[in-house]
Design a protein around this ligand. Structure first.
Ligand SMILES: Cc1ncc(C[n+]2csc(CCOP(=O)(O)OP(=O)(O)O)c2C)c(N)n1
Ligand SMILES: [Mg+2]
Length: 810
């Protein structure tokens, strides 16, 4: 029969159906091994060669890339797994995607997606001929070519694997609500030492076998990282088994270095784990079994750099950390290495893999599944293709009535909870929306969602447990990494989500945010990558209202971190009240390809804008609150505010000033969309200079009360005409467990300080500056004495209102 056995032909299916021992017929075994050799050949070629791709001549220095870049060590293992997954996809008609934690094995994924034909469909200039293979080699790790990792450019990838640790999380995120999907996930044994990866094994407790897909973790125990052995390779076997059984898995070992033997072992093991996955799903789906299953996983132990050079200069390379990147270089000074490279590449017997023209032999290519079953073409790995917009209720329905500014008190995030509850309800049938949070959904006042869904929970329930259940769409686990990673995987496969988190602790995922933002930025330039839903953060329990916790919980710096990223990707909103929060959240949930950061408190807060005014304000991004000021178009001072707590403070300062210096003309500007402050040339939301000047003037003092670190406002506005008159107050790392107002005092952003700032900066107020300073010092003394004695703020602070008339009064 030879190699001409095609994956989807009846012949091969009959062949597959033989008994376990004969799972790989000699012919199939040979064909799969040929694929493995071809993938390895193409991987080495990408790392080393820019010419003579098919070794039609002996390798000379000119054929070799001047800079040898890439990672060989992990690659043969990834190639080996790929061809075996192809076999089970064909055999069992699986809908499968492949996530590779050691994404530095990029050449392997490029090679395999090339062999299966999907690469050429995305990149038509890379065809099946010798010139194309040369182009394929040359472009790898080459300026303006392709990156060395499994980056967005790589077909079939939702996981670049550059920053290690998140593969399993992405895999589970992809599997949620995708009942027919199997996500094969390679976890590097080095990657497995990272904190996020260590936590992520618990993800199996959140996978409902009835309604979610399956994840097949494959721990790639190649024994080494860059320069060291790995812990999991060196611990005793019983400990390794106990560890993963302890995480709830059934462990299958595939171990060895004899390639043919390993093919047989891997094939029979994959048959077995596929049967186990199917049985778990059958029991859950047909018999209604609701207990948490023991999902299978594979431990694949192969030498690092398998099939590569055994030794260089008397030192082991295969089976050693020395194979991690490029096993040998310095070809210019050590010409014998050209022979080494040639011998290595010829060991894959290219003459058996490519025809005269350089086309990969059909017998190899046809081992691949067809169409969207190819892992490089699976639409789940290009999630925008599957994205359907959320069904959104009209957010105006949740609006808080605001008869007059300040007349009403609400907890802003609780109002948002109503909207999220109905987003959850309206999309229940589509199963494409989930809420993520580290144990804080209720604490963050979003508990209304629990009226329509539970928190996902598969394990034991005890009396007193509330809102826990296996169908729950609220994902709570005390790991910000897990929330973030799941959500990314969920979004990347074409669904929607919302992540609420304490403001200070979102920093835990700074690095994960970085990677997601980089991924999104890159996809903007890849025409075949369809836009996905935005990653939406609600940061609450924020710096100014950490009443229970104190200094450790006070950190508004995530915003500073976020604005470093590409302006096409990041958006930051600080809605001052519930109606603006509703308008912002509605916008974010409908948006695509952004990271939206919303900062909003959960404590009782005066409401400023009715829903129509809120919509107009959010559409503008920043505007003059005429009802709060008295400038008549010609202010003495601009009092700007951005953030809910500091907006209250600004208005309180305005009230004081209007009482004590009634002829002072004050303009109040509120900023809800932080990025309006930046130049239009720098951010799509940035105001043109004229727009900015129309709010902030070109020459009047601006006292800007900002929610976070004050330097950020300077950073965003340093090129504005009136920057020289900008004075920013914000959080300056002074904090503790104290009263809400004392927090503002400690950071000099309290109403008295703001009022004093105004008096000091408006030239014609000079005459009263000394008296005002004295009054300020007296007030602070009174405040400090009171909070020390009574443990709460002064009555006039606690009971402060704007008076609900829009007009300040004493
Ligand atoms: C979070 C993180 N820390 C460090 C690195 C640098 N790094 C790249 S590869 C690697 C070793 C990875 O070892 P392993 O996961 O075992 O992969 P493999 O052996 O398959 O190459 C390290 C430390 C990284 N990419 N990400
Ligand atoms: Mg390793």
């Amino acid at each position: 029969m030879g190699l001409a056995l095609f994956c989807n032909s009846g012949i091969i299916l009959r062949l597959y159906n033989l008994s376990m021992d004969a799972v790989l017929s000699p012919q199939l075994l040979d064909a799969m091994d040929a694929w493995f050799r071809a993938a390895n050949y193409l991987s080495v070629g990408q790392i080393y060669l820019k010419e003579n791709a098919l070794l039609r001549a002996p390798i000379v220095l000119d054929h070799v890339k001047p800079r040898l870049l890439g990672h060989w060590g992990t690659t043969p293992g990834l190639n080996f797994i790929y061809v075996h997954l192809n076999r089970i996809i064909c055999q069992y008609d699986l809908d499968m995607i492949y996530i590779t934690g050691p994404g530095h094995g990029g050449p392997g994924l490029v090679a395999s997606t090339y062999l299966e034909g999907s690469y050429t469909e995305f990149y038509p200039h890379i065809r099946f001929d010798a010139d194309s293979i040369e182009r394929l080699f040359r472009q790898f790790s080459w300026p303006y070519g392709i990156p060395s990792h499994v980056a967005p450019e790589t077909p079939g990838s939702i996981h670049e694997g550059g920053e290690l640790g998140y593969s399993l999380l992405h895999a589970y995120g992809a599997a949620f609500d995708n009942p027919d999907l199997v996500v094969a996930c390679v976890v590097g044994d080095g990657e497995a030492e990272t904190g996020p990866c260590a936590a992520s094994w618990h993800s199996n407790k959140f996978l409902n076998p009835a309604q979610d897909g399956a994840v097949l973790p494959i721990l790639h125990l190649n024994g080494y990282k860059i320069a060291n052995p790995t812990l999991l390779d060196r611990i005793p076997r019983e400990e390794l088994i106990a560890l993963f059984e302890g995480y709830g898995h059934k462990v299958h070992f595939v171990e060895g270095s004899d390639v043919m033997e390993m093919h047989r072992l891997m094939a029979s093991t994959l048959d077995q784990v596929t049967a186990e996955i199917r049985e778990i799903q059958r029991q859950a789906r047909q018999e209604g079994v609701r207990t948490r299953p023991r999902w299978p996983m594979i431990v694949l132990r192969t030498p690092k750099g398998w099939t590569g050079p055994k030794e260089i200069d008397g030192k082991p390379v295969e089976g050693s950390w020395r194979s991690h990147q490029v096993p040998f270089s310095d070809m210019a000074t050590k010409p014998d290495r050209l022979r080494l490279l040639e011998d290595w590449m010829r060991s894959y017997r290219p003459e058996e893999l490519f025809d005269e023209r350089g086309a990969v032999l059909p017998a190899i290519r046809q081992l691949a599944p067809t169409g969207n079953r190819r892992m490089g073409s699976n639409p789940h790995a290009n999630g925008g293709l599957l994205l359907r917009p959320l069904e959104m209720p009209d957010f105006r329905r949740y609006a808080v009535p605001v008869p007059a500014p300040g007349a009403q008190i609400e907890e802003n995030t609780r109002v948002l909870g109503g909207l999220l509850r109905d987003v959850m309800r309206q999309n229940e049938a589509n199963r494409n929306f989930r809420l993520f949070g580290p144990d804080e959904t209720a604490s963050n006042r979003l508990g209304a969602v629990m009226d329509v869904t539970d928190k996902m929970w598969l394990d034991d329930l005890r009396p007193g447990d509330e809102h826990l259940g296996p169908e729950g769409r609220v994902m709570e686990v005390l790991s910000e990494h897990m929330c973030q990673g799941w959500l990314e995987g969920y979004l990347l496969t074409g669904r929607h989500g919302f992540f609420s988190c304490y403001e200070a602790f979102i920093h835990i995922i700074d690095a994960m945010f970085n990677q997601h933002a980089k991924w999104l930025k890159t996809t903007l330039e890849i025409t075949w990558r369809m836009p996905i839903a935005s990653l939406n953060y609600l940061l609450t329990s924020h710096v100014w209202r950490q009443d229970h916790n104190g200094f450790s919980h006070q950190d508004p710096g995530f915003i500073d971190h976020v604005v470093n990223k590409n302006a096409d990707i990041v958006r930051v909103y600080l809605p001052p009240d519930a109606n603006t929060l509703l308008a912002v959240a509605d916008h974010c949930l409908r948006s695509k390809n952004y990271v939206n950061v919303i900062v909003a408190g959960k404590q009782p807060n005066p409401q400023w804008l009715d829903i129509d005014a809120a919509i107009a304000h959010c559409a503008a991004g920043a505007s003059i609150w005429k009802w709060a000021g008295n400038d008549d178009g010609d202010p003495d001072v601009v009092m700007a505010c951005c953030g809910d707590s500091v907006t209250i403070e600004t208005l309180a300062a305005v009230k004081l000033l209007r009482q004590f210096v009634p002829d002072l003309r004050i303009r109040v500007v509120n900023v809800v969309d932080l990025m309006t402050l930046q130049q239009a040339s720098e951010h799509p939301h940035g105001f043109e200079d004229d727009e900015f000047d129309a709010l902030f003037t070109t020459d009047k003092p601006i006292i800007f009360a900002y929610h976070g670190y004050p330097w950020l406002i300077h950073r965003l506005t340093y090129r504005r005409r009136n920057h020289k008159n900008l004075h920013v107050r914000g959080y300056k790392e002074e904090g503790t467990t104290t009263t809400p107002f004392d927090m503002l005092v400690l950071n000099n952003v309290d109403r008295f300080q703001l009022a004093l700032d105004v008096i000091r900066r408006v030239p014609r107020m000079k005459g009263i500056a000394d008296a005002a300073s004295q009054t300020y010092r007296d007030m602070l003394r009174k405040h400090k004495a009171y909070v020390s004695a009574y443990g709460e703020d002064l009555p006039e602070v606690r009971n402060w209102t704007w008076n609900g008339t829009g007009e300040p009064s004493s």
